[in-house]
Ligand binder design. Sequence first.
Ligand code: NAD
Length: 261
Amino acid sequence: MTIANGTISMNLAGKVAVVTGAGTGIGRATAIALGGSGVKVIIAEIDAATGVQTEQEIKSHGGQAVFVETDVTSSESVKAMIESTVRHFGKLDIAINNAAISPDAMKISEFDEERWAKTLQVNLTSVALCLKWELQQMIEQGSGGSIVNLASGATLRPQATMPAYTAAKYGVVGLTHVAALENGCHGIRVNALAPSATMTDMLARRFDLDASQDDLVSRFGLLGRFARPEEVAHAAVWLASASSSFVTGINMPIDAGFALM
Ligand SMILES: NC(=O)c1ccc[n+]([C@@H]2O[C@H](COP(=O)([O-])OP(=O)(O)OC[C@H]3O[C@@H](n4cnc5c(N)ncnc54)[C@H](O)[C@@H]3O)[C@@H](O)[C@H]2O)c1
């Protein structure tokens, strides 16, 4: 970070980032915010249609982006995506591990074992796989890096009836701590974000937003509304940038006080 004439610069121009699940929601908003800050962005998304849309959106504003079809549950796919990042842009500085599937909606006493396995695979094992290949690349480069894992407000104030999602997100926080402990010596920072309810497709799938939005928003924070994806994206960009150069190993709430309620 540099501070010149009272202006804070995040020094992101020329950096290279991967954003998983960047076709929609928080991942898309983060990829666009990074692209607009001069970062070269790899859109690592399983859905080609939305992945290409994010790539086009960044390019239409003069940014640099490449969509790389990626399944974050596959080690080969994640490894190939990191290799592709280096082929396209020469290095890897920033990783936003964001891809996930929606929360389950059942009690632990009745939980669906297939859904459990799928949720742990997509929402937790994927983060371990991404960390593995991202860290190997960053350590080999020897120039540090910043990794942001999307956890959830559910790790700060758990909700009933989403056991698999909650367990996976607690796991993401645990992985964040281990990765931060192991890699500070390489100048690599690893942090998590804990957003509360954010207006994305994932949230729409979980709630019938038309039904009782007033009641819902009052349960999810002190500001009387859900977060916008851009509000979570801006926190991710800050953690990715040199502006947060002394921050590692945290699980940062972006929750309008949800954890206090
Ligand atoms: N929306 C919320 O209220 C909220 C709250 C807390 C945490 N989060 C977390 O934030 C992150 C983003 O959530 P969102 O609301 O933007 O979700 P979203 O459903 O809008 O986007 C998720 C993206 O991940 C992609 N994806 C799914 N499986 C994948 C796979 N195997 N490989 C690659 N990509 C895959 C999807 O295609 C989609 O583009 C998630 O980790 C989520 O758990 C969201």
